[in-house]
Design a protein around this ligand. Structure first.
Ligand code: DGL
Length: 275
């Protein structure tokens, strides 16, 4: 099974593309909707929450876990890979969404100045500045924190006029830094849910990069290069959705964001955590 974790609904925007590219695998999605947003929390609490979720997914039988959340990837991925994994599940893997997205930007010949829209904690960690510069120092990286967007998305306010106004304000701040930004990276997995809002508020010549297709393409490539991981993944096309909060709300919004009917189960991360 491939596990997917996000603080809430955002990871569904990645899962949707991964399932489309590789429908044969079994997928287990976990949204920590009870504790979302993570983006304005401290590094150590994001690490604790992420560790609980990853531990849960491994104990449910996932051999590969994708942290489909930039905030959790920025604050917890490395420590989980270096400390938790070798001690607990040395033959399994956990991957994030920042490295593949940064690689995509760095390798693109059409992106020279990229605007990274993300949560406060991703901006504070400067993860994209570091990763993109490491791979291609020619690309200039500008960052904009958008703290109000995740709560709006989790509340289902995609079509509210206020959401447009808030997006406009964040974009205004970003483009005030440099009007020649040629691409925007939606570096929070929740933001593609507002893709249309971004599109109508950005000049048509500015590209909008979503992480779903990027992660799907690079994950497929990763699995083809790692048969020792791939061979442990069951292929019965099963999808299971778990949420730490109201399943009725999860099912209603997930259906819109994931694009297919979803029937989720309620789980508690705190009570099962043994770490
Ligand atoms: N989807 C998460 C991300 O990619 C949202 C973080 C949050 O919970 O604030 O960063």
């Amino acid at each position: 099974m491939i596990g997917f974790f996000d603080s809430g609904f955002g990871g569904l925007t990645v899962l949707k593309h991964v399932v489309k590219a590789m429908p044969e695998y079994n997928y287990l999605y976990l949204g920590d909707n009870a504790r979302v947003p993570y983006g304005n929390r401290s590094e150590w609490i994001i690490y604790e929450f992420t560790l609980q979720a990853v531990d849960y997914l491994f104990k449910e039988g996932c051999h590969l876990v994708i942290i489909a959340c930039n905030t959790a990837s920025a604050n917890a991925l490395r420590k989980i890979q270096q400390e938790y994994l070798p001690q607990n599940f040395p033959r399994r893997r956990v991957l994030g969404v920042i490295r593949p997205s940064a690689e995509e930007v760095a390798e693109s010949t059409s992106v020279h100045k990229v605007g990274v829209l993300a949560t406060e904690s991703v901006v504070a960690a400067r993860s994209y500045i570091i990763e993109i510069r490491n791979q291609n120092p020619e690309v200039q990286v500008f960052q904009q924190a958008c703290p109000m967007l995740v709560p709006l998305i989790e509340a289902g306010e995609r079509d509210w006029i206020g959401t447009d106004m808030i997006v406009k304000r964040y974009l205004g701040e970003l483009f005030a830094e440099d009007g020649d930004i040629d691409a925007i990276l939606l570096a929070c997995t929740h933001y593609p849910i507002l893709y249309d809002v971004f599109r109508r508020n950005i000049r048509p010549d500015v590209a909008i990069l979503e992480q779903g297709p990027i992660v799907a393409k690079r994950l497929k490539d990763y699995l083809s290069r790692h048969p020792e991981i791939e061979s442990n993944l069951q292929k019965r096309g099963m999808r299971v959705f778990l949420s730490t909060d109201k399943t009725e709300k999860f099912d209603k919004l997930a259906r819109i964001f994931y694009g297919e009917p979803v029937s989720s189960k309620l789980v508690s991360l705190e009570s099962i955590c043994t770490i």
